[in-house]
Design a protein. Structure first.
Length: 274
């Protein structure tokens, strides 16, 4: 893999010279993307300190794939696509359940036990075992989704492909990301988090403890808590306006199972829903 990494880095330095007809470059790039597709490598992971480690050369490989690939017509049952990249195949062998209307691009990795409702998973993304990507949810390029997590209907997990050194979105294990939540710009959600419907979390959104008023972070939701969308007032020359924040309204015990009826009661107290 070290040899492949050095070759991809060399290709990246001369990427302006490459074209779809460059067979040697295609072979190297495909070899790197196959590692992602099989789950033998990942674009990013969290270090022991909880901070993201980005394997930049694999992002380079994904970006190079677009440069060395030509548009092709792809048929999948009654559907036709025109794209530079193929879709994933052999879901049954991989132990993945895929409902009609769902698609995942080659170069994404779905662990055994993943369930895709009509949804989309982009290249470089990784989805953990037991996770459901529900109807019309989107997992953007290079996003890292944990195990036994539920991305509810219409959830948008942003892709962070460029710049290559930028960390992608991370969603932890055992999370419940409720309908229409948006997590973008490399934001991170810890294990066991419940996000109320419609939360927007980006790298600059403050995460605030409702009990203390303390700003816990920007763009990072701590593990094992319940959060809702909120605003906080800011004064400007033109008046006072409410700016978006994410409010931690309950801390959970690590490993606490999500009881939906109880969670709904908690969220209703704060005017939110699952």
């Amino acid at each position: 893999m070290a040899d492949l990494e050095s070759q991809i880095r060399e290709l990246w330095e001369r990427r302006e010279e490459l074209s779809p007809g460059d067979g040697d470059a295609v072979a190297l790039v495909h070899a790197a993307v196959e590692l992602l597709d099989r789950g033998e490598a990942r674009v990013a992971e969290l270090g022991r300190d909880g901070e993201p480690i980005v394997h930049e050369w694999l992002k380079h490989a994904v970006l190079l794939l677009f440069r060395v690939s030509a548009l092709e017509t792809v048929e999948a049952g009654p559907f036709e696509y025109v794209d530079k990249l193929p879709l994933k195949r052999d879901f049954a062998a991989a132990g993945v359940r895929v409902v009609p209307g769902a698609s995942a691009r080659w170069g994404s990795y779905l662990e055994p036990g993943v369930i895709l409702m009509p949804s989309y998973v982009n290249i470089g993304a990784r989805v953990g075992s037991g996770t459901m990507v529900d109807t019309w949810a989107t997992v953007g390029s290079c996003a890292q989704i944990g195990r036994n997590t539920h991305l509810s209907g219409g959830v948008g997990i942003g892709g962070v492909l460029e710049p290559p050194q930028a960390a992608p979105v991370f969603i932890g294990d055992e999370c419940l990301i409720s309908s229409r939540c948006m997590v973008v710009e490399g934001a991170r959600v810890g294990d066991g988090v419940v996000m109320g419907a419609g939360c927007i979390l980006s790298a600059t959104i403050p995460v605030i403890d409702a009990q203390t008023g303390e700003e816990l972070s920007r763009g990072v939701v701590p593990a094992w808590c319940v959060v809702v969308s909120a605003t906080r007032p800011r004064s400007y020359p033109g008046g006072e306006f409410g700016l978006a924040c994410v409010l931690v309204v309950r801390h959970l015990e690590p490993g606490e199972r999500h009881d939906k009826s109880r969670l709904n009661d908690i969220l209703r107290e704060h005017g939110a829903t699952l």
